[in-house]
Design a binder for this molecule. Structure first.
Ligand code: ADP
Ligand code: MG
Length: 612
């Protein structure tokens, strides 16, 4: 069978899939070529071996000197060993590089991807792609490509050498080889499919396991450990089931293959004995032929193993490329016009010398946005402006679109219609990074990043000095807490040593330290106590004197002190004004405030004490 046949006999789409795999291999094709040359050289040496053995036998029967043939054998052995070693190292290195490339590209992709489509995938699954699928790529993208070609060449070479020795015996062998090959070609795709299913189940397991471990407290209190555990293990069992099925098929395939070759060898012995006794071939030819027959298993094994790893590698490559297809964040448009006129710091923070001191900093004109094409609009034709200074509070029932407004400002989401401008420049002409450079943001959930307290505080502004760090800690009333820690600012911020409210305050301190043009707070004080809240309100007011602050507010104190309030309902702005104006004009606002009043003078959701 010619080397290309395995690929050529597979259907068209699989060829396209091979291209996906090839895209990972292409950068390393030189090294792979070297690997191929070494492999072919090794095969040639292997093919020469039985012929030298025949030479030894012929020399013995002619009573000549054995020195030369033995020397040749030793030589073949030496060169073969060195070639094999080199080949192994070259391919192993390429394999690791392919894996590293794939991981690099995935990790970079995850961080550059548009937020909404990325967050739609379970993070555990994304992790599985980068950790375990890339491993499957390893063999497929290096040794299996080589093995496929080399195995084919070795197989053809062996058959040719057999033909040179004796055509009749070749006939006997060829029929066995044909049966084995046909068997493999029919069984291998099924084996690959089951392996792919096993890997898919593993990805699903990663997704659920990750989500469950995050919510482990809720899981335990709900006494759902067993239930959830077996639900997750369903995926593991599914994976094992496919794995077992694949093993069974492989076992059958191999047994038949070994059996086939074994029978072929018996047949060769039988037919060969007849031909030797009738004097048609010398014994040395039969011995050499048998040696070839014994080594026939090597290329057959190599071929089938490489087909299997190639198939699972192709599947892994496809899964990797699939998550790589998550759309990227938009880039700044309009490269022909003058570069974006927005400086890194807008006028407000420079003391009001910026362009158009009187004009608003941020403007939304007729903005409609949805989270997926065809989904209900999360915002519908919204107009709003954020001045350079002062505190804008957004209030409204949950689901009204408050977080969506912040997501649009931060370009986590792009408007479907309408226009957003920063200091007069349309967002479209700016990159998301340029836009975000003007903001600090305290998000609604999980507002801390992995690392120590200090790393968290310095996250937005790595260059900030110790003094400033101390000042913002003081502003959020965390100095005492941090000083009480043995390692102080260098304490790792894991879940146990900080309560939810303290984590919120760390996130807020980080945002204050960033001294942004716009500070965005999304329910950032939902878990803090009344005293801390008062302190935070004071520092928000201070911040509002020098820059813009937009809060999604849920506390009466925050709302009352805001310079302007936007009341949102059902993806639109229902009313705007000061607290007094809205109290007078709007029934929904009055209800909202009344409800806040009751909840805040009654029992307040206070800070949960630290878990440890
Ligand atoms: P809130 O005022 O409570 O902050 P949001 O802005 O989060 O409201 O949500 C507005 C609407 O958009 C809601 O109907 C919500 O279901 C929907 N929505 C919010 N986030 C997403 C998301 N990531 N994917 C799909 N829909 C979302
Ligand atoms: Mg929200």
């Amino acid at each position: 069978m010619p080397p290309g046949e395995t690929g050529a006999s597979t259907p068209e789409p699989r060829f396209a899939q091979l291209k996906v795999l090839w895209s990972f291999v292409r950068p390393h094709w030189r090294k792979l070529l070297l690997g191929l040359v070494l492999a072919l050289f090794g095969s040639a040496l292997e093919l020469a071996n039985p012929m030298v053995v025949k030479l030894v036998l012929d020399t013995i029967s002619e009573a000549g000197s054995l020195a030369m043939p033995i020397a040749v054998l030793l030589c073949l052995f030496g060169v073969g060993t060195v070639t094999g070693l080199w080949h192994w190292i070259v391919l192993g290195t390429v394999a690791e590089k392919v894996v590293l490339d794939a991981r690099t590209s995935l990790v970079r992709r995850y961080f550059r991807a548009a937020l909404i489509p990325l967050s739609r995938r379970p993070s555990g699954e994304l992790v599985t792609r980068a950790t375990s699928d890339t491993v499957l790529l390893r063999e497929a993208a290096s040794s299996s490509v080589i093995s496929l070609i080399n195995g084919g060449v070795l197989l053809v070479g062996t058959l040719v050498m057999m033909g040179v020795l004796d055509l009749v015996l070749l006939g006997v062998t060829a029929s066995a080889v044909t049966v084995v090959t046909v068997l493999f070609l029919t069984l291998m795709p099924a084996i690959a499919r089951t392996q792919e299913k096993a890997q898919n189940s593993l990805g699903l397991m990663g997704g659920v396991l990750d989500g469950s471990l995050r919510a482990i407290r809720t899981v335990k209190v709900s006494r759902a450990e067993e239930r959830l555990g077996s639900q997750i293990l369903t995926h593991a069992r599914e994976s094992a089931r496919h794995g077992v099925r694949s093993v069974r098929r492989e076992a059958v395939a191999w047994t038949v293959a070994f059996g086939g070759i074994q029978l072929a060898i018996i047949a060769i012995l039988g037919v060969g004995a007849v031909r030797v006794s009738s004097g048609e071939i010398p014994v040395s030819t039969l011995v050499a032929f048998l040696l070839y027959a014994f080594t026939l298993m090597t290329p057959v094994m190599e071929l089938s193993r490489s087909v299997t790893t190639l198939q699972s590698g192709i599947a892994a490559a496809r899964r990797i490329r699939e998550v790589e297809a998550i759309p990227l964040e938009p880039t700044a448009q309009d490269p022909d016009s003058a570069p974006a006129p927005v400086p890194d710091t807008v006028g407000a923070s420079a003391g009001g010398h910026g362009t158009g001191e009187g004009s608003p900093l941020l403007e939304l004109h007729g903005v409609t946005a949805r989270y997926a094409p065809g989904a209900a609009a999360a915002l519908d034709n919204v107009d709003l402006t954020v001045p350079r200074r002062g505190h804008t509070a957004i209030v409204g029932p949950s689901g009204a679109g408050k977080t969506t407004v912040l997501s649009l400002l931060l370009r986590f989401l792009e408007p479907e219609h309408g226009r957003i401008t920063l200091d007069g420049t349309p967002y479209r002409e700016l990159s998301p990074q340029q836009v975000r450079a003007h903001f600090c943001y305290v998000e609604q959930d999980t507002p801390v990043v992995p690392g120590t307290v200090r790393e968290n505080l310095l996250f937005t502004r790595p260059g900030a000095g110790e003094e400033e760090v101390r000042r913002v800690l003081e502003e959020v009333l965390l100095t005492e807490k941090v000083d009480s820690l043995a390692e102080g600012l260098d304490t790792p911020l894991d879940a146990t040593s900080f309560s939810g409210g303290q984590r919120q305050r760390i996130a807020l301190a980080r945002a204050l330290l960033g001294s942004p043009d716009v500070l965005l707070l999304d329910e950032a004080t939902s878990q803090v106590d009344a005293i801390t809240e008062a302190a935070i309100t004071r520092s928000v007011r201070r911040q509002a004197e020098r820059a813009a602050v937009v809060t999604v507010a849920h506390r009466l104190s925050t709302i009352i002190h805001a310079d302007r309030i936007l009341l949102m309902e059902d993806g639109g702005i229902r009313a705007r004004g000061t607290h007094e104006e809205l109290l007078e004009q709007d029934a929904l606002y009055r209800n909202l405030v009344a409800a806040l009043h009751i909840s805040e003078t009654g029992s307040r959701g206070e800070e949960v004490p630290a878990g440890a």
